[in-house]
Design a protein around this ligand. Structure first.
Ligand code: ZN
Length: 293
């Protein structure tokens, strides 16, 4: 296991126990805030350490849990938090990327949409951490596709990323018996939300920048059904939502507080559209942004 902390979690594969560090920006004003955050994360299985810096508003959590679960714990204190960076144990940045998933309706709150973050914590561990909303309850295939062309929506991103020219398979298989892009299934709960954290030994962040991630309507059968399509995409069906994989900030690389382009603070931006007229219209007018930091 090398540099990984040890965790409980019976039945988990060793690779799944590899932790990584998540850096959150949290609005904290005093030491009691720090204590509240600390107690919200206290005793949760899957957290190895928590470092809180009141001055910088930074909370760094070493964990094997999906970032969304940590965020939810912090938010039980009533404080707002944003995931700011993801990295490996030694603060090494071997590569981090993010994909915003949207479907035919774009990145709006209707339809299937989500965020998937990819972090290379060592040569053989790519962490795929994500939250996808708007799904039917149950299992859905998740795959990296060969290109990032979304000119015709999710239909133009090509097939599964397959550098070795082999058949589709399970993420548990070795690299000659799966596509590099085969990440298996994610499972949505009754609320339509899938929260996941996958540790993949084959995918490398540096190979997939500019490609895309797709979530499908059906469960991936890992190539085990006796039909031809199973060897191509695991009968995983229609592409529901997709997003281009873009390079992102690793741990402690993102010190942004105000967006240089339009003056929105980190906190103003949180629930704003990424672009478009409605973003402009939501820029607060009442006072200079910087004074509210
Ligand atoms: Zn595949």
């Amino acid at each position: 296991m090398g540099n990984s902390a040890s965790f409980g979690g019976a039945g988990q594969k060793d690779s799944m126990k590899k932790s990584n560090k998540l850096e959150f920006a949290v609005k904290m004003t005093c030491n009691s805030c720090v204590e509240q955050i600390r107690s919200s994360l206290d005793g949760i299985q899957g957290i190895a350490s928590v470092d809180i810096d009141l001055t910088t508003g930074s909370v760094v959590v070493d964990t094997i849990l999906p970032s969304h679960e940590i965020l939810r714990c912090i938010q039980t204190t009533g404080k707002d938090a944003i995931l700011r960076g993801v990295g490996g144990k030694e603060h090494k940045n071997l590569g981090a990327a993010v994909a915003m998933l949207g479907g035919e309706s774009g990145f709006s709150a209707v339809g299937v949409h989500g965020v998937v973050r990819l972090t290379q914590i060592d040569e053989t561990s790519c962490i795929i951490d994500g939250t996808i909303d708007g799904l039917q309850p149950g299992k859905h295939g998740l795959h990296v596709h060969e290109c990032g062309d979304i000119s015709n929506g999710c239909e133009s991103v090509g097939e599964h990323f397959n550098p070795h020219g082999v058949n589709h398979g399970s993420p548990e298989n070795d690299q000659m018996h799966r596509h590099a892009g085969d990440l298996g299934n994610v499972e949505a709960g009754a609320d339509g939300r899938a929260v996941f954290r996958i540790v993949d030994p084959i995918l490398k962040v540096w190979d997939i920048i500019g490609r895309s991630i797709v979530v499908t309507d059906s469960e991936d059968d890992f190539g085990l059904t006796a039909n031809e399509q199973s060897k191509i995409d695991g009968n995983s069906g229609q592409r529901l939502a997709c997003g281009i994989i873009a390079r992102s900030a690793g741990l402690f690389e993102n010190s942004k507080k105000i967006c240089a382009c339009d003056g929105l603070t980190l906190w103003d931006e949180k629930n704003k559209p990424l672009a478009g007229n409605s973003r402009q219209s939501k820029i607060p007018q009442q006072e200079p942004t910087a004074s509210r930091l």
